[in-house]
Design a binder for this molecule. Structure first.
Ligand SMILES: NC(=O)c1ccc[n+]([C@@H]2O[C@H](COP(=O)([O-])OP(=O)(O)OC[C@H]3O[C@@H](n4cnc5c(N)ncnc54)[C@H](O)[C@@H]3O)[C@@H](O)[C@H]2O)c1
Ligand SMILES: N[C@H](CO)Cc1c[nH]c[nH+]1
Ligand SMILES: [Zn+2]
Length: 428
């Protein structure tokens, strides 16, 4: 991990770190563009070809149906099944609470305005399955989609080496009432859902995290289809003072580092001692991880920042806008109101980020690459459109009439004015 002293960094260097320019993505951009173009032009045949190229499987067909999912799901170990069920309940409870009907507002006597929720009819969920298969992500996307009431839910996930999905993904599908999974990953899956192919239906909005190819593809197809947000590769920023526990800090930094070679883990601390102890802990813990090569590569893209005081640390964090922010200080409660940009926040030494990744209830599909400055993580709202309604009665038309006529005239739009005047004449 690179170590910086915040007071020695120029504004430009801080900007550079915060822009994630450490990850060079020109190659990813050109490869992704090529994949999108080919799927758009060739449809299914490109999808079969990319499965062979990237996933090393020759697929007989591009999806698994309900019967196949049932037979795969039958192999799920009881312990994992029970844990998925508990995670499901917590995620469901947290998201169900997000459905709020707004009251109607009478802005003037006789002028009533309100908004109603409508589910997006066709959504496409991307469930990552490259270096690790993530049934937890399937829960994070599928539960709010179901609560929102989306009619058509298309799900894509990369095929495993046997040409199927694993039993956890199959089990979550059945739990959610999803009866088909399309076997495709990466940019080609995003292209299929954005443009449609002979087999894969085109959707109105694509949601879900993924690696750099997936994220780049989602960003590119935005002139055709809506997306949730750029989500991935994973990141964490830990704010720690001298009271933090270095072994917990190391564990949390490594948890995100093991996601992928391009993950980023950042420690910002006011304590030189905590930094040194955390580095020692990282060495110890890294060596026993099965995915140590991946985590070690991610740590080479990661860094530690020594800051003078907590205010400086918070400013840096707001500028970096991390996907996950962990607060490991003696004054966490005071920091909370100062957080402006973050995807999701984990407070105190007993709140590991892994809890939110799997089961506490909050959504783990979160904005990365500083997009937390403008985007929220996935929620029921991500699957909903809000339609505004209004109704005027005679009183309302009389009350608002002159205002609208005057403004229409000021804009030189006579027909707009007439639409009011013609009615006012009738009710006088
Ligand atoms: N921000 C979030 O909300 C969030 C949540 C969960 C996971 N994630 C991130 O999702 C990512 C999952 O990545 P993953 O790779 O394990 O799975 P993935 O499913 O995102 O990607 C796998 C696919 O990538 C494509 N691919 C791989 N190498 C390629 C290459 N060289 N050229 C073109 N395409 C290629 C293949 O088609 C493969 O099927 C991780 O980066 C993780 O950090 C983010
Ligand atoms: N940390 C990831 C979001 O960046 C989510 C996840 C899934 N499984 C484990 N972690
Ligand atoms: Zn994680």
């Amino acid at each position: 991990m690179k170590i910086y002293n915040l007071k020695n960094l120029t504004k430009g260097e801080v900007n550079n770190i915060c822009s994630r320019s450490i990850i060079d993505d020109n190659l990813v951009k050109s490869r992704t563009a090529e994949i999108l173009k080919r799927v758009k032009e060739e449809g299914d045949s490109a999808l079969f070809a990319y499965s062979e190229l990237f996933d090393s499987v020759t697929l007989p067909k591009l999806f698994l149906d309900e019967e196949e999912l049932k037979s795969i799901a039958a192999h799920i170990p009881e312990k994992v099944k029970n844990s998925i069920d508990i995670a499901y309940q917590n995620i469901y409870a947290f998201h169900k609470n997000q459905v709020i009907a707004e009251p109607k507002i009478e802005t003037m006597p006789g002028v009533t305005c309100w908004r109603e929720n409508r589910p997006i009819e066709k959504v496409g969920l991307y469930v990552p399955g490259g270096t690790a298969v993530l049934p937890s992500t399937f829960l994070m996307l599928g539960i709010p989609a179901k609560i929102a009431g989306c009619k058509e839910i298309v799900v894509c996930s990369p095929p495993q080496i046997n040409g199927k999905v694993n039993c956890y993904i199959a089990y979550v599908a059945l739990l959610l009432g999803i009866t088909r999974i399309y076997l495709m990953g990466g940019a080609q899956a995003i292209a299929a859902m954005a443009y449609g192919t002979e087999t894969v239906p085109r959707v109105y909005k694509i949601l879900g995290p993924g690696n750099r190819y997936v994220t780049e593809a989602k960003k590119t197809v935005q002139n055709t289809v809506a997306i949730d947000m750029p989500a991935g590769p994973s990141e964490v920023l830990v704010l720690a003072d001298e009271t933090a526990n270095p072994s917990y800090l190391a564990a949390d930094l490594l948890a995100q580092a093991e996601h992928g070679i391009d993950s980023q883990s950042i420690l910002v601390s006011t304590s030189q001692n905590i930094i040194e102890e955390t580095l020692k802990e990282i060495d110890l813990q890294l060596n026993i991880l099965p995915r140590k090569e991946i985590a070690a590569a991610a740590l080479r893209n990661s860094f530690i920042i020594l800051s003078e005081n907590l205010d400086e640390s918070i400013n840096f964090s707001n500028q970096y806008a991390p996907e996950h922010l962990i607060l490991a200080t003696k004054n966490n409660e005071k920091i909370i109101p100062l957080i402006i940009n973050a995807g999701s926040v984990f407070i105190g030494s007993l709140t590991p980020e892994s809890a939110g990744d799997y089961a506490s209830g909050t959504n783990h599909t979160l904005p990365t690459s500083s997009f937390a400055k403008a985007y929220s993580g996935v929620s029921v709202d991500t699957f909903i459109k809000k339609i505004t309604f209004q109704q005027l009665d005679i009183n309302g038309l009389k009350n608002i009439g002159t205002t609208v006529e005057t403004l229409a005239e000021a804009e030189g739009l006579q027909a707009h004015k007439n639409a009011i005047s013609i009615r006012l004449r009738d009710i006088k």
